[in-house]
Design a protein around this ligand. Sequence first.
Ligand code: IFM
Length: 472
Amino acid sequence: MTDTSANIIKFPEDFLWGVSASHFQIEGYPTEVESRLSDWSRWTEEEGRILDGSNADRACEFHKRYLDDIELIGELNLKAYRTSLNWAALMPEAPGTAVSERQFAPLVVEYYRDLFSRLKEKGIKVFVTLFHFCLPDWLAEEGGWTSERIADEFEVFAALARKHFGDLVDYWMTVNEPMAYIYQGYVAGNWPPGASHDYLGAFVTIRSMLAAHARAYHALKGGDEAVQVSFANHWRPFAPERKWSPLDLMVTHYRERVFNHIFPESIDAGGLKIPAPLSGRKEFRELEGEIAGLKKSMDFLAVNYYTRELSRFDLSWPPDLFGTRSNRADYPVNGLGWEVYPEGFYRVLTSDINPYLTDIKGRQRPVFVTENGFATLFSPELSGGDWSLSDRERCDYLISHLVVLKKAIEAGVNIKGYLHWSLTDNFEWSEGLTPRFGLVRVSYEDQVRKLRESAELYSKIAAANALETIDR
Ligand code: IFM
C-alpha cells in the first residue's frame, strides 16, 4: 500500500491572491470595435493575421458583464484584480488641442471609475497597466512607438489616468511585457506594426518605451512617494537546444540579456546600453545613453512567468544573433507548446530578479507575480479541443508553481502576491480565441461562464491562504 500524507503549505499573512487580464483581450468595447479605434482592432480585420480567424470584437463582453465578473472574483475569495486601460477608447481623436487641454472620453472614464470603485467596495486591490499592447490607431498611423511624440503622448495619457483614476488604483504599471511586444511586433511580425527582423526598429522602440516609461512614472506619481508604479516584465529563462553548440549558447545568451534584462537593467541604471556586437554599429550606438527621469523608476517588481524557452541558432544570412525558438520540448507542454517548468519560476524568483531587488533608497522592492497560467485549446465555435470543466493539467500547473513560489518566499524573496492569468478565457492575440487560459470557461456564443476545477481549487487556496499537497 502507498503511504499518502497531506502537506499544508501556508502563505504569509496578507498575501494577495488575485487574477490578471488586459482590456483588449476581454472587453469588446463598443466604440473601439465599431470605429476600429485601435491598431489591434484593425489588425484583427486583416486576412490571415489571427490563427483561428477569430477577433476580439466581443471577446468576453467584459464591458457589459463586469458586474457579474466582479461577483465571480468575490466568490472565488480573490482580493486583487489587474487590467489595463483602453487608451484608444479613452483618447479616440488625434490631438488637435494643446497638451493642457487634452481630455479622456467621459463615458469611458465613467466605465472605468465604476469598475474600479466596485472592485474597491469588495476590498479588491486594483492593479492597472497603461499600455498592454494596444495603441490608438491615430498614433499607430504616426509610427507608434517609433514616432517622435510617443513619449509626450504617453505622459499625457499617464497624467490623465492619474487625474481620473488615481484615487482608485493601488498599483500602476506603465507597460506590460515590453520585450514580448517588441519581439512580436518588430522581429516575428505577428503583431502590429507587423515588422519582421527589424532589429533597428526594435531597439528604437526599446529606447522610446524606456523614455515613455520614465515620463509616465513621474506623471503617475505626481510627486507623491506613496503612489506605487512599475512595469511588468515577462521572464522567460532561456536554454540552448544543443548544450554542446557554441552558436546555440550564443543566441541563448543574447536572448537572456535582451529579452529578460534590458528593461529592468536600463531602468536601474538610468539609461540604455546596447549589447555587443550590435553596439559596433553606429545607428545602434546612437540609441545609447542616459534617459531623463529613468533611474530607479520602479517601485515594485511585477513578474510575469509562464515557461522556459529552448533556443537554437539557425543558419541564415545575415546571421541572426537572436536565433529562433526550438520546436523541441523536454517537459510536458501546454496547448501552445510551452513547457511546464516550475524550476524556471523558482530560478526567476530567486536568482534572475536578484539584481533588481532594491529601490533607490536601498529598500527591498515588493515582488508581485502579475501573470502566471496555463493554456488549453478549444475553438471559439465550440468544436475540437478540451471543453471539459475538469482541467487537471491547469490544477497541476497551479500547484507546482505555488509550491516553488512558497520556497522562494522561504528563501527570503519579498513576494507579496500572486495574480493568476486569467479569470476567464480570453483573446490570445495572434492565436485568437482558441487558447483558453481561464480558471473560468467562457462559451463565446452565449457568453456563459462556468467554473473549471482549477477555479474551485484556486478559490480554496485563496480562502485558506494555504495549499494542500499530497505526498505519495
Ligand atoms: O495573454 C498574454 C498576455 O496578454 C500577456 N502575457 C502573456 C499572456 C499569455 O500569452
